[in-house]
Design a protein around this ligand. Sequence first.
Ligand code: F6P
Length: 534
Amino acid sequence: MTLTDLPEWHDLENHFTTVQNLQLRDLFANDPDRGSRLSLQAGDLYLDFSKNRVTDETLAKLIALAKACGIESTRDAMFAGVKINTTEQRAVLHTALRNTSDQPVYTDGIDVMSEIHTELKKMSEFSDNIRDKKLLGFDGRPIKNVVNIGIGGSDLGPVMVTEALKYYSDRSLQIRFISNIDANNFAEVTRDLDPAESLFIIASKTFTTDETMTNALTAREWLLASGAVDTDIAKHFVALSTNTEKVTEFGIDSANMFVFWHWVGGRYSLTSAIGLSIMIAIGPEHFKELLEGFYDMDQHFKTAPLENNMPVILAMLGVWYGNFFGAETEAILPYDQYLHRFPAYFQQGNMESNGKSVTKSGEPVRYKTGPVVWGEPGTNGQHAFYQLLHQGTHLIPADFIGTIEPLNNIGEHHQKLTANLLAQTKALAFGKTALELEAEGVSSELIAHKTFTGNRPTNTILMTKLTPHSLGQLIALYEHKIFVQGVIWDINSFDQWGVELGKVLATDIYQKLKERGSDADDSSTANLLKRFSS
Ligand code: F6P
């Protein structure tokens, strides 16, 4: 039975017609405890979901839909190593990477935990060596620059977490990232680096990604041009990959390789060897705390009843707005500058996972699937795009993420930052009516312009403090939200066939550019190619 044929779906459709015009103002006025009632604590995270356009009945019906779609059994299958990535015949076991318990995790009858522990140990030793300035470059000076070359999941997670946990990082090391095939990226990242003090981490699950391989070759040339010889390469290059053959083919000794496994999806890989740059930056102990945070949220997701399950609640609210109210996008708005890459990270996490239009069995879906995900940190966004959030014609559900205690306690910055967060969610929910404006003496010709309709939904997620542990929980929260929505929509959240066509066409066009050819089977591409062929 397809999603839209389920009785629970019909029930929600009928219910929607009766509640779609309810006002948050009224919901709050009629229920003085709503703000605390519709909230949840899971580990370090507090979720206030009271400013959503839902009643208790709505929430119960959304949870009924989640149950009818088999969230619990599919979740258990994922944790148990079942091959739920059916188009690639793979298990989805990123949760094993952060299994800090002593419980085994099996897939294909093999406990994967011992190889995970072996790799974590190797990463710790290597990170400590760099942090203790014991890893020496080709002229005997210690390595102090670490450049991760990777793209997508082999870049965004390490970038996001090294930024988020910068407070905990070793400031004597430079940790940098090159992702784009655009040479400007390579040139600017390396321009002030001394090759003799630089280590390149080539991060690629497949070790075939053109951007990464092109940048890795350029890095090798850059090193050799500085006086290093071929035998020095081993001191300056390590690889993070699942593909030993390709790593060796590239010229990196398998002894300098940190492995992970096909059952780790690229966009779910930051707690695998792909996180090496993170571990070097923050140290093995903090990395362990990060894993423990992930694990705690995994346990919450696995064991909490669906009605008190944070990822499930966030996911079902997303379904409510996307499938019933017709919202097209979702904003992630962290009120913490350290989290400035968090929205970009989950843009890939969400859009590559749930940007699908066929069901697991290949039937076209008859409903909207994953939303467009975007965002920027507050308060910057307030002075950029919040105008549209408040008074535009789109309904944009938004998550506001904040911390109770600041990391840098300077003056009144944190109180002001927090005041802005709370003020924005209040303004979005309750708005400002024409009557209120009149009472304030606003001139009649400006009333329409100054009116805020309100009734714009938000979640507020608070961490006590931004720590490796709380960050791990926050990331796992969003990962599991995406998982739940994928199950509801009956799509495979763990493949990404949609990125293939562009790669194939680029290979073909690259040949044409090299040959200065301009033939193409469409006139636009042919015409554009001509501009490069003279
Ligand atoms: O092209 C998309 C993609 O496959 C992502 O899913 C992945 O994170 C990224 O490319 C990088 O892939 P790899 O780690 O294999 O280089």
